[in-house]
Structure formats: C-alpha cells, structure tokens
Ligand binder design. Sequence first.
Ligand SMILES: Nc1ncnc2c1ncn2[C@@H]1O[C@H](COP(=O)(O)OP(=O)(O)OP(=O)(O)O)[C@@H](O)[C@H]1O
Length: 283
Amino acid sequence: MNVVEFHNVSKKRKDFNIGKLNFMIPQGFITGFIGPNGSGKTTTIQMMMDLLKIDEGEIYLFGHPHKDYHSKQKVGFVYDDLYMYDDFTIKKMRAFIAPLYQNWNEELFEKYLQKFNLPYKKKLKQFSKGMKVKCSLLFALTHQPEFIVMDEPTAGLDPIFRRELLELLQELMVNERQTIFLSTHITTDLDKIADHIIFIHEGEILFQKTMEDIREQYFIIKGKADFIDADIRSLFVGLQETEIGFTALFEGDPSLFAEFRDDVVIEKATLEDIMYFFVKKEE
Ligand SMILES: Nc1ncnc2c1ncn2[C@@H]1O[C@H](COP(=O)(O)OP(=O)(O)OP(=O)(O)O)[C@@H](O)[C@H]1O
C-alpha cells in the first residue's frame, strides 16, 4: 500500500515549473527526498500537505484525495519555519494545537518535551533553529501520526541531536510501523537510514528507487585520463576529468570493467556521488 501517490501533478510558479510529477511513498518505510537547491523539494512537500494549490493532476493520501480531513489527521509535518507561532510559548501552542487532533497523547507530549529538553514557557522567537525543529517534532509526534513528513529536518541540528533524531526515526519506523518522508541535502543521513529514494531535479523526478537497487546499480569508477575514449565515455552517467585522471558514475553491472581491473578502481557510489553526477550531466 502507498501512503502517498502523485499522479501527473504540476504547478507553475513565477520562474519555475514543476511536474508532471509521478511518484509514490510506500507504507512502513523511510523514503528520502533528494535534489539540489531549488529543485522543487519544498514545493512538492507543500503540495502534498495541501499548503499550496496544484494546477493539474491528483494527489492521494492514504488512498483518498489529499484534501480529505481524516487523512490529514494521520500526518505529522515537521518543519523549522514556525514564524506564525513566534509570540507563543510551547505551553500556549499546546493549548492551541492539542484540540485539533483526535489522537493527541499527553503522555507522549511529556515524554518528548523531556527528551528534547525544550523550555515550556519561553517564546518561540527566542528559540534556535534546532530548537524549532525539535518543537515541531514534539507537536508532530504527540498526535501519533501514521505518516511523518519532514522538510530538511536535520539542517539546523548539531551532530549529536542529528544522530539521535535519525535513531528516533528508525525506531518509529521499526516499532510503530510509521512511514517517514524526509527531504534533505545531507545525503549521508539517508545512506544510513533510508529504504527508498526519490530524486528530483529542476522540477522533475529523475528516479525513484530502493536503496538496495541503488547500492547494486551505481558505482564510482576511477582511473587514469588516457583510459577514456568515446566508447568508454558513453558508458557513464556522468564524468569528471582532470589532466591526470577521471572519476565517473556508472550505472549497471561493474563486471563490465573486470578485464580492466589493473587500470580502474571501482567503488560503490554514495547518494552524494549519484546526486553530483546526475546534476552535472544535466548542466
Ligand atoms: N513563493 C514562491 N513563489 C514563486 N516561486 C517560488 C516560491 N517559493 C519557491 N519558489 C521557486 O520554486 C523553485 C523551487 O523551490 P523549492 O523551495 O521548492 O526548492 P527546494 O528543492 O526545496 O530548494 P532548497 O533545497 O534550496 O530548499 C525555486 O526556483 C524557487 O525560487
């Protein structure tokens, strides 16, 4: 079952067109949403959360049109842009937000308030970026969502809490069977925890794949500059050359290079490598 489905979704903004987007988010997994700056990640998430109207296409949440109230209740949205609550304290936010959710759980609220070490009576405008992410996470988790959506959640976090957050997400996925969708630039976070990857570039989905397929399909090949000729060049997704040597992204069966094992080094590609070479190819 898919928690989210995008069917031919498009949106025109002033200088930017997105779509037609087709992708899905499978239930019970962590899906990473990657793409360079300005590729359309936030726009896509805003459309999914019904914060931005779509021009064409359909979005389904839990099998229903995404505007459906009951489906929205099952979603926890985490973001750091809490400006509308600037003059609120957590105490006041709680009074405001708790009645909006049928599954609000006071015990969980206390648990995460302590775990995240957040001040209860301080105004949000005095919070650091990381504190705002924690605060957003506190409210999102307290209504026990089946689906957690996070737009760049780790960007403002110190490495200690970043790691704790990733562990927490993995726990939620394994123990509570929650579905998690997480957009990020910090692809190393996803190398560790993601099951699926959706890659967006210039408003289009370049691919949706499982991490398992990614690990089996993408390789970095390095060698001396004179190894490259037109035939070899055509094998690569992307290629970076200097006078001394080359580094390339290869998609496929690396045994193709077996006879050249004295000339090239083959390594598994990371998500960062993949993103870099795909975007470079497009330029
Ligand atoms: N309110 C808006 N009105 C018009 N255009 C916008 C608006 N917000 C974003 N855009 C444009 O839409 C494009 C995609 O932006 P978006 O924020 O979705 O990308 P992103 O992948 O989330 O980027 P980043 O990783 O830098 O946050 C950009 O060209 C941006 O300038």
